[in-house]
Design a protein around this ligand. Structure first.
Ligand SMILES: [Zn+2]
Ligand SMILES: [Zn+2]
Length: 257
């Protein structure tokens, strides 16, 4: 039994990742229009009705846009924490199944996840740590201004890590953005720079980590080669797996663990 991870697209204009086991299809985030997400699923041979669960990390539109409509149309279970459900105006237990952070949630017979709170704007955002098959863990971490000890504890031992590398520090500081926006993006509630992502990965990298996907790159303040070289600067000597970058328009590639 294995877990297939397909990035359907990632960035400020929408995020969604498909996780497939033998028995279960789960989306983490549904931040595209319903039409776009259905088109992406068709491209990989899936019908929306085959999606069992949709996990929404936080209420920002690029993660939640069509989640409710998709869950109704496809008859999928919508999951979020209570704070996000309230911010979305979803009726807990009626529209969505709410979870408590750090509690294990079973989604089907061969898939479960834990949500770990992470700091981001006025959102109650979570990283998602999944468990499938022979207790193999994968982590999905986007939209956070900085790491936490708790997060680093939970992502130890993962075979796959998808993590945002939002901006290049120099590019952001030299950009035409107003100072207040620069401060917000680089602050505790903003996003991770390539450097911060490299630092986090250097703390949790181990010989069994088989793949890393860098996500949510800013189109204005980052570039794939900058993110990749910064991360490799931190982990190049210890990481022996596959490093990829998820762009705004997916699906592009699969990782298996
Ligand atoms: Zn966000
Ligand atoms: Zn986002």
């Amino acid at each position: 039994m294995s877990l297939e991870i397909i990035h359907l697209g990632s960035g400020s204009r929408g995020n969604s990742t498909l996780l497939r086991t033998d028995e279960t299809n789960v989306l983490i985030d549904c931040g595209f229009s319903l039409k776009q997400i259905e088109k992406k699923l068709i491209q990989i041979g899936l019908d929306g009705k085959e999606i069992d669960s949709i996990i929404v990390t936080h209420h920002h539109g690029d993660h939640s846009k069509s989640a409710k409509r998709a869950s109704i149309k496809w008859d999928s279970v919508l999951h979020s924490n209570i704070e996000t459900a309230i911010k979305m105006g979803w009726e807990p237990m009626e529209v969505c199944k709410t979870f408590n952070n750090l509690d294990r949630v079973e989604c089907g017979v061969d898939f479960s996840f834990i949500s770990v709170p992470i700091p981001h704007d006025n959102a109650d955002n979570v990283a998602i740590i999944t468990n499938s098959g022979k207790s193999e863990k994968a982590a999905f971490i986007t939209d956070l201004g900085e790491s936490t000890l708790e997060l680093e504890k939970y992502i130890q031992g993962c075979k796959h890590i998808s993590i945002e590398a939002n901006y290049d520090q120099k590019k952001l500081m030299n950009s035409a953005y107003p100072d207040s926006l620069k401060r917000r993006i680089s602050g505790r509630g903003g996003h991770l720079s390539n450097y911060q992502t490299g630092e986090i990965l250097s703390k949790v990298c181990h010989s069994e980590l088989s793949s890393i996907v860098l996500c949510h790159l800013s189109e204005k303040n980052n570039a794939p080669h900058l993110a990749e070289s910064e991360v490799l600067y931190h982990i190049g000597e210890i990481f022996d797996g596959k490093l990829s970058i998820s762009k705004q328009m997916g699906p592009e590639f699969s990782n298996f663990i």
